[in-house]
Design a protein around this ligand. Structure first.
Ligand SMILES: C[S@@+](CC[C@H](N)C(=O)[O-])C[C@H]1O[C@@H](n2cnc3c(N)ncnc32)[C@H](O)[C@@H]1O
Length: 216
């Protein structure tokens, strides 16, 4: 397995992929979190998913251990696991590969075809969670602030979505630091979503991808 695509890309973008054995050792350092379905992981230089794919696999193994007896729960919690993985990547081919690699693992686990609602919903989620942008400036390729989607599972097939600006989320620590002008503000005053959506079913998420034209 090659860990580089070209010398030029290494020089221009520091593109050297992490070998699988090292990824597994690093994930074992946070074993409990990596095996929890709803723990959130953001890879700010995700490449084609050398970390995100094994994280998704660990989450799906947790889904299998907990929900394999109910197809309904298994499918919905598998989607929740996918919803809790995030990436940012500068290069268009890498982010496209990353979305495709994640979707292939998810579809393989649930035995999905391209037309299935869960496949289309997963494709939409990946188009939102795996962002083509610059993690340093926290802007996407249209120079707009990167938005991070907070997904939640409400049960009974319904998902919640709230969008937050990444620059606001990462600024939280300094807002609440002692001596900060904003230290007197409650977290709820800073921690406001840019957009909050009504609860959505998997079918609605699948349709959202068709409507926006954004799918992995
Ligand atoms: C060292 S590689 C690591 C890839 C992957 N995380 C892995 O471990 O295999 C760094 C990746 O970050 C991307 N990258 C470089 N600068 C970036 C930036 N400012 N924002 C987002 N991604 C960036 C590169 O294109 C490359 O895919």
């Amino acid at each position: 397995m090659s860990l580089i695509k070209s010398k030029k890309r290494v020089a221009d973008h520091g593109e050297v992929f992490t070998p699988p054995w090292l990824v597994e050792q690093m994930l074992d350092l946070v074993k409990g979190e990596s095996e929890r379905i709803d723990s959130r992981f953001l890879e700010p230089a995700c490449g084609s998913g050398n970390f995100l794919v094994p994280i998704l696999k660990r989450k799906l193994a947790a889904v299998e251990a907990k929900f394999s007896k109910s197809e309904f729960e298994k499918q919905h919690y598998a989607l929740l696991g996918l919803m809790c993985t995030y990436g940012i990547e500068l290069l268009a081919d890498n982010i496209a590969e990353c979305r495709a690699n994640m979707l292939a693992v998810f579809a393989d686990y649930l035995n999905l075809d391209e037309g299935d609602d869960f496949y289309r919903a997963a494709s939409f989620v990946l188009s939102q969670n795996l962002i083509h942008g610059d993690a340093m400036t926290m802007k996407d390729m249209d120079a707009k602030p990167i938005l991070v989607v907070e997904w939640g599972y409400l049960g009974k097939g319904k998902f919640q979505r709230r969008d937050f600006r990444l620059d606001v989320l990462t600024g939280m620590a300094s807002f609440s630091a002692e001596g900060s002008l904003f230290a007197h503000l409650g977290k709820h005053e800073i921690f406001k979503p840019a957009t909050a959506y009504p609860p959505m079913t998997v079918r609605e998420l699948a349709g959202a991808g068709d409507a926006s034209g954004e799918a992995a």
